[in-house]
Design a protein around this ligand. Structure first.
Ligand SMILES: C[S@@+](CC[C@H](N)C(=O)[O-])C[C@H]1O[C@@H](n2cnc3c(N)ncnc32)[C@H](O)[C@@H]1O
Length: 847
């Protein structure tokens, strides 16, 4: 069967469509007309897509009575494909697959309901041509549909995953074979050459879609109606008494080009009284916030930093690991927190890989709306924080969409919240898609100063009604509440806002030149900014373009000089490079290097000099980038003399001790690093570099590694972040992480993250892990929310256990042979039995 491939599954939408929805469903229609009206179809129409919409409405109504019916989901998936919504088809097919699992497994929660629903059919059309009992056929049909619809949606990686599962179950399935061919063609077109579609990490996953107002969406208010504006303004008046929401006429924006003349109507915020320069215009509090670090010291409700002295902080009595910055936030959180309290659902999406920081924040915002809806028992699209947000306005696809973030993980979150995903159609995929569309372009994010990655986000539904201008008349600041204040200085305009003028916010750094501003703001704006300042400066740039080349050169050179001038080297480090040659170590070269840490602690700069006499730097790099030559030089060094302020513990040589029962090796030992067959190897670590572990030779006789980890050298240590993962690469059956030397400094979130990830990687590899005096280090973590406990207390704090569990789960899910969600949970529980917590005394008595 030929499969159509499209990377932009959503069809054209516009605001008038939603008005049409609002009008449909009127009284006094006949039964078919009434179904049509509910489906968002003109009762007099007879087109193919309208027929499909009616079918969709009928199946959806049927699902309300028989919620566990996988056949109905498969049928609706076909209808969604016919309507041009392959993403929604994938969502239905996935639910059908989950229900097939329920029907096949007696121990599963909805087994009886799913099995019973299947007894109502003989052989339904959607299961024809498949083999096995009804549930097996259901699974087979779901695989076919998942592979095909995800391929059409453009999520190639997930398409390949389900295709493989389908082919494993039915190797001779001709429909799957056709999808395979189509997927191979689509993959080679997108990647540029032919690829093995089943090789892990080969295919792209995320696709782009556009905002769709689904024809059956009766939750999209007519934002221009008097009723809507009155509701909006009644609320707005409470925290912006001099403003009102009104209809604004805005230029239509395009990506990468300036389009003159075309305009559209949207909403904006306007002054209804004069506002003086410096005066507060709006102060908005929002519960729609997200923070993607598992261990972060921010308020769970408003995402503001918790006070250092914890003054006024309130902890949830039920799940002691949720903290609010104030009694007010704790009270507000009653609107969502009970729905997630103690369920573990708020751990999902935390500590993402750096490239997924953005996605995780959007996912967590979605999770917050789901919790608000569940707790408030309202439809998610009617949650006040999102109801009037229009979302993404562009006619072209700009919204990332993936099976993982739009389908799988949201369902997982709902299940963890104990929501029956089948009996609650208000959590259907079209609702989740609509919510995502509302966040994109309206959420503001804050970057973590340590690594520059976004880790906190929020949607302030009124603040985000203010439109953008590169000569804004307000500035904004977000710390708990978001505050708009009238600017005291403007670029060209007059400070202050006069009655009737629009409040002009800014979505980018207005200090940048026009091309960079346009690029930055084009995401939230949906195209190139066409404000008066941008148009003026773009013209000026055009005139100046002839001299541009020469000017740019000198700007770059000045910047390079400025950066180098700021680099103040610490005393030089002498490094000898020793290479292994025919089993022996030989010194091959030596060099002086200067090691220093960048101000933000995220980079290590190394400058190497050929001789001590020369004072010229020849090299500077960031450890985040591809491994540069200087780092290899350090890694290969077997003799390191460090005199620098940062690495005092490295001042001595590394040593070898032969044939003892226990080899104690630390970064002050002498000689090549080898455990020489000792049954127990102790690596003492004092937060300096991780190189001591890089080429440690571990004999198969070594059964246990004891890593003594201290905080010597300072609390914020990039080295500890590297050391811990390096530990995870050492292959011994039993690893002891001994924290008894930890001095109770603060543990920064990166070290905490590295620590949990290391423990998880070790467990997943089958290693037995023992944590010694772990509570000492746990209580030092920046956001440890338990009071200091006795150092010898040997139970693992719940937060720590949850953090480890979460990473084990993610590691299993990311593996090449990712089992299904339930098998993962069983595995997680089993692997955690390999984790032991001891006191230092208990460890000594064991040795
Ligand atoms: C955060 S919303 C602002 C409120 C929005 N106008 C509404 O009706 O809800 C951002 C969207 O407003 C529109 N917008 C904001 N500033 C604009 C500008 N200067 N020119 C054109 N469109 C703008 C863009 O469509 C953008 O995607």
């Amino acid at each position: 069967m030929a499969v159509e491939v499209s990377s932009a599954p959503y069809s054209i939408s516009n605001e008038s469509k939603s008005k049409h929805d609002a009008k449909s469903g009127s009284d006094g229609l006949g039964p078919l007309a009434s179904v049509k009206a509910k489906a968002g179809v003109d009762p007099s129409s007879d087109s193919a897509s309208d027929t499909a919409l009616v079918q969709r409405a009928e199946i959806t109504a049927g699902l309300a009575d028989s919620a566990y019916d996988l056949v109905a989901y498969l049928e609706r998936a076909h209808v969604h494909l016919a309507l041009g919504y392959p993403d929604l088809a994938a969502g239905d097919a996935y639910r059908a697959l989950l229900l097939a699992d329920e029907a096949r497994n007696e121990g599963f929660e909805y087994h009886d309901e799913a099995a019973e629903a299947l007894t109502r059919y003989d052989v339904p059309q959607v299961l024809e041509g498949l083999e096995g009992d009804s549930a097996e056929r259901g699974a087979g049909a779901a695989y076919r549909l998942l592979a095909r619809s995800l391929l059409q949606a453009g999520c190639l990686s997930s398409a390949a995953k389900f295709l493989k599962r389908g082919l494993d179950a039915s190797p001779n399935d001709t429909e799957l074979a056709a999808t395979r061919q189509a997927l191979e063609a689509a993959a080679s077109k997108r990647i540029g050459h032919s690829v093995d579609i089943f090789a892990p990490g080969t295919l792209p996953e995320t696709t782009l879609v556009r905002r769709e107002v689904y024809p059956w969406n009766t939750h999209e208010p007519d934002r221009f109606s008097e009723e809507s504006l009155t509701e909006l303004n009644t609320t707005l008046r409470r925290f912006a008494p001099k403003c009102a929401v009104q209809v604004a006429v805005l230029p239509v924006l395009l990506d990468g080009v300036a389009l003159e003349g075309a305009t559209c109507s949207q909403l904006g915020v306007f002054a209804v009284e004069d506002i003086a320069p410096g005066e507060k215009v709006l102060e908005e509090y929002s519960l729609l916030t997200a923070n993607n670090r598992m261990k972060d010291s921010v308020c769970d409700a408003c995402s503001s930093e918790l006070p250092r002295d914890r003054d006024g902080v309130v902890m949830c009595d039920e799940c002691y690991d949720t903290v609010f910055c104030s009694a007010h936030c704790a009270e507000q959180a009653e609107r969502y927190h009970p729905a997630v309290c103690g369920t573990g659902s708020d751990e999902i999406g935390k500590d993402p890989a750096p490239h997924e920081a953005d996605e995780s924040l959007h996912l967590l915002l979605l999770a917050r709306v789901l919790a608000l809806a569940s707790q408030g028992e309202i439809h998610p699209l009617d949650v006040p924080e999102v109801k009037y947000i229009w979302g993404d306005f562009t006619p072209h696809p700009t919204l990332p969409w993936s099976f993982e973030y739009n389908v799988e993980t949201p369902l997982h979150i709902l299940e963890t919240m104990d929501v029956d995903i089948y009996a609650h159609p208000e959590y259907d995929l079209w609702v989740l898609n609509t919510l995502y569309a509302k966040f994109r372009g309206t959420a503001s994010a804050r970057k973590n100063p340590l690594d520059g990655k976004p880790d906190v986000a929020a949607v302030h539904p009124y603040w985000c009604l203010a439109n953008h201008d590169c000569d804004p008349n307000v500035s904004w600041d977000w710390a708990g509440t978001i505050v708009l204040r009238a600017r005291e200085e403007r670029i060209a305009g007059v400070p202050g806002v006069k009655k009737g003028q629009e409040i002009l916010n800014h979505y980018c750094d207005i200090r940048l030149p026009v091309s960079e501003r346009r690029e930055w703001a084009s995401g939230p704006l949906g195209g190139w900014c066409m404000c008066a300042r941008c148009k003026r400066e773009a013209k000026e740039e055009e005139w100046a373009s002839e001299d541009e080349g020469a000017e740019l050169g000198s700007v770059l050179e000045d910047e390079a000089k400025r950066r180098l001038a700021k680099a103040v080297p610490t005393p030089a480090v002498k490094v000898a490079v020793v290479e292994r040659h025919e089993g022996r170590h030989q010194m091959t070269s030596s060099a002086h290097v200067v090691v220093r840490q960048s101000e933000d602690w995220t980079r290590v700069l190394v400058a190497s000099k050929q001789s001590a006499a020369s004072d010229q730097w020849t090299l500077a790099f960031s450890i985040d980038q591809a491994e540069p030559a200087g780092l290899t030089l350090l890694r290969n060094a077997h003799l390191i003399e460090l005199e620098g302020r940062l690495e005092p513990a490295n001042a001595e040589r590394i040593e070898t001790i032969s044939n003892p029962r226990i080899v104690r090796i630390n970064n002050r030992s002498r000689g090549p690093r080898s455990s020489l067959g000792a049954p127990t190897l102790v690596v003492a670590w004092h937060t300096s570099s991780s190189f001591v572990l890089q080429d440690l030779h571990i004999s198969p006789d070594t059964k246990r590694l004891i890593a003594e980890i201290s905080d010597f050298g300072g609390p914020i240590s990039p080295a500890n972040r590297r050391f811990l993962p390096a530990l995870a690469s050492i292959d011994v059956p039993d690893v002891v992480l001994d924290f008894s030397q930890w001095e109770c400094a603060v543990v920064d979130p990166f070290v905490a993250n590295a620590l949990y990830s290391t423990i998880a990687s070790l467990l997943v590899r089958g290693t037995h892990v023992t944590l010694v005096d772990f509570n000492l280090v746990f209580s030092c973590m920046a956001d440890a929310t338990v009071p200091m406990r006795p150092a010898r207390y040997t139970a693992l704090p719940r937060r720590a256990e949850d953090a480890i569990k979460y990473r084990v789960r993610n590691t299993l899910r990311a593996g090449p042979e990712c089992p299904d969600a339930r098998a993962v949970e069983v595995n997680v529980r089993q692997l955690l039995t390999h984790l032991t917590v001891l006191s230092a005394d208990e460890l000594r008595s064991k040795l």
